[in-house]
Design a binder for this molecule. Sequence first.
Ligand SMILES: Cc1cc2nc3c(=O)[nH]c(=O)nc-3n(C[C@H](O)[C@H](O)[C@H](O)COP(=O)(O)OP(=O)(O)OC[C@H]3O[C@@H](n4cnc5c(N)ncnc54)[C@H](O)[C@@H]3O)c2cc1C
Length: 387
Amino acid sequence: MTRPDESDPSVAVVGGGAFGVTVAHDLAVRGASVTLYERGAVADGASGRAAGVCYDAYADRIDAAVGDRALKRFREFSGTGDFRFTDCPYVVLVRDGDDRRAEAVREGVARMREHDREVSLVDPDDLATEFPDLRTDDVALAAVARNAGYTDPGAYTAAMADAAREAGVEVREGTPARLRTGDGTGRDDTGSPRVETEAGSERYDAVCVAAGAHTRRVLADADLAVPLKPYRVQALVTDPDPVTDRVPMAYDATGGYYLRPREGGLLVGDGTEPVERDPDDWVRDADDWFVADCAGYLETALGRSYPVDRAWAGLCTATPDGHPLFGERAPGVFVAAGWQGHGFMRAPALAERMAEQVLGGEGIDAFDPNRFEGDEEFPIVEGMALD
Ligand SMILES: Cc1cc2nc3c(=O)[nH]c(=O)nc-3n(C[C@H](O)[C@H](O)[C@H](O)COP(=O)(O)OP(=O)(O)OC[C@H]3O[C@@H](n4cnc5c(N)ncnc54)[C@H](O)[C@@H]3O)c2cc1C
């Protein structure tokens, strides 16, 4: 970012999700003058609909480091406002006969251990001893990640938005923002990016676009193309049940669903539809098939059924290579999106990194948004899948 003078840099953040509020906070505490634009209310997007499963069990070195840093920040921030982070092991299971995914888990765990992650393969009998409420009779292979936990992503986002306000960020809710269009860079003829709202137009030294499923549209207003497809995923919560205090977080790689304890009940997720959705026109309720399938998942995972309290859908975003679009897309215009269903757990670490990048630090080459032309055709691949 270049600035004509030495005054505090002015930065606009577009999007009040977990990423947007964290980068706004982190920029403000580093001395920037920050305005955050949110079209609705803070956490109206995916961050208010997410499951809150967090871990550092990634085979990729950068992802593992990002997960580790994010967990540290979640733990440090826990206790702020209504935000609480609960440590809990994360178990990945492969069922009998699924040799392909068993091999993928073995290889993945070996790579995670190379990056010093606290992850190990566990014998199904030992798994049954540690977690007696998990059904393990047809488990072929299991891995347990110890550096993991869960939280309520909406509570995190609200608490971090408050922290951002306290740090001096001006949070403008109910304010849809547009990047200035016209010259292909999102910058006006004075050389600074500009944000337009119904109230008028303002220039900034830099703009961070973290608008979730709307990110491609926001950038397109400034003639900046990025390959990003919104897709629908689903989750539900069950009524409280005493057994759930004793279950870990778990991902059944064979069944393609995950679960975690939640307020005395369970949260169960899956229902990924690999279909591009219009971010302004999609079904927010869960599908009947998803709710019906969850009954089967819980029978498989825990050997019993649970009454469903409520179920919902939300939008995630996919990129051609499964890595985020993260960094400076054009001079002074930064983008952070394309999380493939893992954006909440990475937000504290990557937002911190983006704040540093906006103020002159290094980006992350593997996530550079300019690695694509922007008009690529690509299939949507679920972020958790081991295929
Ligand atoms: C059911 C479900 C379960 C999930 N579970 C997990 C999980 O367990 N762990 C995990 O890491 N991730 C999970 N995710 C993914 C996670 O929710 C997202 O990756 C993450 O919340 C993205 O945060 P964000 O701040 O980038 O985007 P968002 O939270 O989508 O925020 C973007 C914001 O931008 C606003 N906006 C859009 N356009 C404009 C505009 N023009 N002007 C101003 N504001 C605008 C929107 O209103 C929105 O509030 C899940 C997602 C869903 C739907």
